[in-house]
Design a protein around this ligand. Sequence first.
Ligand SMILES: NC(=O)c1ccc[n+]([C@@H]2O[C@H](COP(=O)([O-])OP(=O)(O)OC[C@H]3O[C@@H](n4cnc5c(N)ncnc54)[C@H](O)[C@@H]3O)[C@@H](O)[C@H]2O)c1
Length: 348
Amino acid sequence: MKQVKIGLVGLGFMGSTHWGVYQGMKNAKVVALADVDAKKRKGDISAVVGNIGGGDNSKPLDLTGVTVYDDAFDMITDPDIDVVDICVPTPEHCDLVCAALAVGKHVFCEKPLCGTPAELKKIVAAVRKSKKFFNVGLCVRAWPEYRHAYEYFKSGKAGKMRSATFKRISPSVDGNAWKNWFMDGAQSGGALLDLHVHDVDEVNYFFGKPKSVTAFGAADIVSKNGGVDHVVATYDYGDGSLVMAEGGWAAAKGTPFEMSFTIVCEKATLKLDASGYHIYPVKGKPITPKVDVKAGPTGWHQELAYFVNCVAKGVQPDKYQTIDSVEDSMKMVFAEMKSIKTRKAVAI
Ligand SMILES: NC(=O)c1ccc[n+]([C@@H]2O[C@H](COP(=O)([O-])OP(=O)(O)OC[C@H]3O[C@@H](n4cnc5c(N)ncnc54)[C@H](O)[C@@H]3O)[C@@H](O)[C@H]2O)c1
């Protein structure tokens, strides 16, 4: 079995989560790590905090056999690496993605892909030009319950969608990250770009690109520099349906993390909430589906296992995403930002 060699950039919440996922995979091995923080370069993740998941961070990671770099641009030229996995703050994504593809590496980049339309254009061009594989950590596409609902809906069993609501509400992430970068709207794009992107992406994934979006947001509740900390958006498909997504990360610390959806279709309602994932057919009894957790319990496990398998087999990854669909989702997010400022619907 080919072992895919990973070069990990950033060992914060997401980097250490990916590290943990790779440890459980037989066909992947982290062979290199780059981080600007000296403690992380020693495997010390004791300061790492996330909004969901997370394990025991008190013990340092064993970096035996891992080549450690302080500059990611040096790491990406390491001939030992097949895949560059980018888990650093969003403003660093564009240059790293483009450089890693240019030196002939496969690239997995955390969401959100980037922070501006100009960066999006640059990345999309680089991905289209490259013969290497590229995926973004839009992990909700691969999250077992969302995945099941997606496949059920796409099979036609639920019938036509009439209304849908996707929601993601997090306890405050203030103080969680490297240099508290999430709380600087200029770097993270606030909850709108960083958290709500998952549900914007689900709306696009399930129903395709809408005709327009209208969004309202509350900025600088916990952020500074205009970070939208809570957003509500509606998506106009011009077919009488009502599609909405809501996201925020200003809830008091200790508030349980909520990720939920209610998709009302002609023949069934699909619902995920704190009580679990259920399908309520119009005719027949409620169903509690068995979801596919073979690759692991989270979308992080599923998406990375899939990408690594594709690299190992030399097969273009297309199950969860294409660069076209990721581009559309990012355009929807940028349209929401514009809509909040103009208080008008923005065409996609
Ligand atoms: N898919 C998800 O569910 C999910 C969840 C959380 C975060 N994320 C995304 O993952 C990315 C990282 O977020 P995080 O929560 O891990 O942040 P974090 O602050 O916990 O970690 C960032 C790490 O990157 C390092 N770093 C910063 N600049 C660097 C550089 N130029 N080169 C090398 N290392 C550098 C820091 O030292 C730190 O170790 C972001 O894009 C974020 O939006 C995704």
